[in-house]
Design a binder for this molecule. Structure first.
Ligand SMILES: [Zn+2]
Length: 632
């Protein structure tokens, strides 16, 4: 296995240049991160039942060095060190947080009878360890309520670590969430799930070894935990700004913030403690308007609008501000200044991108041109540790104008392999192209190297010299990147270019567990995107489908190489009528059981031509999780 290389002189020069343009050196964030520290567990080491670590900081011990290594962007290094500070912290009277036991924060509010838990992390194990730490230092009390701030998995996945199965079954623990929470939580990652999942391995650097030449930080937090993920639906939905509730003796005023950092999200204020929770709408960096793993772009304008509304609603009465990632800020003036600058960071990207676009600039040009104004650039908490100004500007363009930049030379481009072959020919062959690229590499022109060698890699992925030079260029770009996700993308690409994986023997169906949890509508939607259109051709089919356990009926029809499903409709003369359990249907889709076996086990009953359903299943693609990204 080919390992990573050292930083080049050009990369060291880039770091030195960056240092001159960073905000003023300050320990303030470190002091804020440590303020109110109570206790932690050694190295934040959290094991699952099998004894494997689902979270630990030992592998990040190299980040204790004060001086950043040449292979890490110095600004990202600072954020990485901040994200190392873990344990239980007192935010203010009755409010406590466990930070850096996972990607996100878990917050505990002391109620009259027990604890209100805000955002129970990704995994049961990390949430449980956090609750144990809280109980150890603040008393062994029950969890009286759970609040999910929004629909992303790092804010609900560990809920079974703070609630027992009996408590969940009894249903007497209040579980609050913003309107649309459940729909968004299950739907965001379904239809494009395989592509997103694979791209996420790049974004979070999950395949990289941890170290100065590998994964150092995700920007938003260290990394993602690797424990049990679950979803317990809320039993109380918040849908209006201004809603006031008393939860276990604690007053809470809610603010709805739809279409901001998540499609379903809310902020809230605790008048008794004069404390404001900003969910994930504010964090100590520039967040993603577009997340590079792939997702629909977010609305920067609405994001900014709701931060402004939070200032109007709660700013004057806020003595401490905390959020679901990173560290709090104390003092009304400090909190309001932070809110204003976060508000304006998103509004600035939005407005200036459209200003440039209206002057006729294209996304790549805008991204190169845009810089933050001095008052925003002065703050560490506007740095692009997660989102970047560069890709966020492109996201704003995409939201309003789409992928096409208006230049017809880009309207119908040749696909990568074909373009690659012609560029190589134009360059006078592979050797000439590599010679030119090596000279550019020696000058530190890594972006240019990546662009031209990419053509050769796509023209001929068996050219090891090309793959290695491409890896070298992307690696230096990774070392220079301030954004955790950018670093993850570059370094993972370098690793895969140097060590191509053998083709996977069996495709990994990553979303299998998810399929079982989906509502029928979404399950059938997910089916439609697996239909192989060319294979379906002119085949027509109509199936009456009944899920025997949920009593749902659908007409499933195939026509024009498209699969439709209509609820509560039946065809008078179907190819077949099938009554089947939901679980059986999923088994069939995943190829884990045949229809005959399901019929024999009495999980399915067929009238008419059962072969039709089997034929339909045969028209569905299985997605390979490990599709190539940096090679054809
Ligand atoms: Zn989050």
């Amino acid at each position: 296995m080919q390992g990573p290389k050292d930083a080049t002189e050009a990369t060291c020069r880039a770091h030195a240049h960056l240092r001159e343009h960073l905000p003023k050196a300050s320990d303030e964030d470190f002091e804020l991160s440590k303020r109110g520290f109570i206790a932690t567990i050694p190295d934040a080491r959290i094991l699952n039942d099998a004894g494997h670590a689902v979270w630990e900081m030992t592998s990040f011990a190299f980040e204790a060095e004060a001086t950043p290594p040449d292979t890490v962007n110095p600004s990202l290094w600072r954020q990485a060190k901040l994200n190392m500070i873990h344990g239980l912290f007192k935010v203010t009277e009755r409010i406590y947080q466990v930070r850096n036991f996972d990607l996100s924060n878990i917050t505990f509010i002391e109620g009259d009878k027990g604890y209100i838990v805000i955002d129970p992390l990704i995994s049961s194990e990390t949430a449980r360890a956090s609750l144990d730490l809280m109980r150890k230092h603040r008393g062994d009390k029950p969890v009286t309520a759970v609040i999910y701030t929004h629909s992303h998995v790092d804010h609900y996945g560990g809920v079974k670590g703070v609630l027992s199965d009996e408590e969940i079954a009894r249903g007497d623990v209040r579980i609050l969430a913003p309107e649309g929470f459940l729909e968004e939580a299950v739907s965001e990652n379904v239809l494009a799930g395989n592509a997103m999942g694979r791209r996420a391995t790049y974004m979070y650097g999950a395949l990289l070894p941890r170290g100065p030449k590998g994964h150092v930080d995700a920007g938003l937090g260290k990394t993602v935990s690797l424990g049990q993920v679950s979803l317990v639906p809320p039993n109380e939905i918040i849908s209006e700004t201004g809603t006031k509730l008393v939860v276990d003796g604690v007053e809470i005023i809610f603010q709805m913030t739809p279409d901001t950092e998540a499609p379903a999200e809310m902020n809230f204020y605790f008048p008794q403690m004069k404390a404001l929770c900003m969910a994930e709408n504010c964090s100590c960096h520039m967040h993603n308007i577009y997340t590079p793993r792939g997702a629909q772009v977010r609305d920067a304008k609405s994001w900014s609008y709701y931060i402004n509304e939070a200032i109007d609603l709660f700013g004057a009465d806020t003595e401490v501000l905390f959020a679901s990632h990173h560290w709090p800020r104390w003092g009304s003036d400090v909190a309001v200044e932070f809110l204003k600058k976060q508000r304006d960071m998103y509004k600035y990207v939005h407005d200036q991108t459209l200003r440039f676009a209206n002057h006729g600039l294209t996304p790549t040009e805008i991204a190169e041109e845009i810089t933050l104004p001095p008052s925003l650039a002065r703050e560490w908490y506007t740095r692009g540790y997660y989102g970047t100004l560069n890709h966020n500007a492109k996201a704003v363009y995409q939201r309003y104008l789409g992928w096409f930049d208006g230049n017809p030379a880009n309207l119908h481009k040749l696909p990568p392999v074909e373009a690659g072959k012609r560029y190589v020919e134009l360059a006078g062959g592979a050797d000439n192209l590599l010679k030119h690229a090596r000279a550019a590499f020696d000058k530190g022109e890594y972006r240019w190297v990546a662009e031209i060698v990419n053509h050769l890699v796509f023209a001929d992925p068996s050219n090891a010299d090309a793959r290695h030079l491409q890896a070298d260029a992307l690696e230096q770009m990774g070392y220079q990147a301030e954004s955790g996700p950018w670093r993850g993308f570059y370094l993972t690409a370098a690793m895969e270019l140097r060590n191509p994986r053998p083709p996977s023997a069996t495709p990994r169906t990553g979303a299998a567990g998810q399929l079982r949890a989906l509502p029928a509508e979404q399950l059938l939607d997910a089916l439609s995107v697996r239909l192989n259109g060319p294979k379906a051709g002119e085949r027509r089919m109509a199936l009456n489908l009944e899920f025997t356990d949920t009593k749902e009926r659908y007409l499933l029809s195939l026509e024009n190489a498209v699969l439709h499903h209509v609820k509560n409709k039946t065809e008078a003369k179907p190819d077949a009528s099938i009554a089947i359990t939901r679980a059986g249907f999923v088994d069939l889709l995943l190829g884990e059981k045949t229809l005959d076996a399901l019929v024999a086990a009495k999980s399915a009953k067929v009238e008419g031509n059962g072969g039709a359903l089997t034929e339909l299943v045969g028209l569905l693609d299985q997605f390979d999780f490990w599709f190539e990204i940096v090679m054809p």
